[in-house]
Design a protein. Sequence first.
Length: 347
Amino acid sequence: MKVRQTLFRNPSVWSDKSGVALIMVLWVLAVLTVIALSFSFSVRVDTHSTMAFKEEAEKEFLAEAGIERGIAELFYRSANRDQRVIIEGMETWKADGTPYEVDADTGYYTVSIIDEAGKVDINTTPDIILRNLLRNLDIEPDAIDIIVDSIKDWKDGDDLHRLHGAESDYYMSLPNPYRAKDAPFDTLEELLHVRGVTSGILYGDRKTKGLMDFITVSARTDKINLNAAPGEVLTAIPGITPEIADEIINLRQVKEINFLQEVKGIHENRAVVIDHYAGTEGAGTFSIVSAGYKRNKKSGYGIKVVVSLTGDSSYEYLYYRKGVALFQDGKPSMSPLSGNQGSGEVL
């Protein structure tokens, strides 16, 4: 009886205990809420990351499919190049950089193929063509002199630099010193080590074409293939005016050029000059650029390879690089190399 009276006379005992219990419940609820929200956020992040990874992987597979399609088209082109009648829908793909978009159900890929002989080979092509090409790309005259001479110095076998060039003595004086290679270029990325060549000049940007789109180290010939060269390269060839370059481009949309005189404006005397620098045959080496994407081309995945056809159904990779795909004039190209992309691999 005394106990009951004590309880009734001291209601604060109950209120104190119930207050503590309420606070504990609220704390537990708060902790559980935080845990639930954290878990929900974590799940959402993981889901988003998984979806992003899945989409990136799909775009990479699409780009790889584009490379395989490009190689298959090269063999089809080789097998049917002498066919006079081509059935509609069975046309061969051109090797002049023309972009081809393919719907692959799960996404798209755009592929362009370029005969490497349609570019300026920095290991073998005469200086005058490289100089004219740089001029066509609106490079400053002083920079042209430095670049052309420095490229020559980089690949020759001596330590004597040309008037505007550079050898090891120049490169060893830089904050991060290195020596001139004094050997032919293996990759185009090596040009970034050459005096005068900047990333902007080599790669260009979304509005400006870079030197990289027009040069190669894999042509395996010192003559430029008129059936594959873009306008910027054609007009770099002595004897070819902008008007003749347009005639060449228009003619090869209809047929493959076999003789210089087939082109309107190339008379015998002019043909003699052009013949020193250009021809109508390739050397079986091609670059293929493929961009895989789902909906937006601006977020595409890019792969660039250089392949050499070694037989009726065999080939070998000479170069392979993955990265971010860019588009210029509808053609897929590659972004400049960055730290997370690594570098192009010579195979």
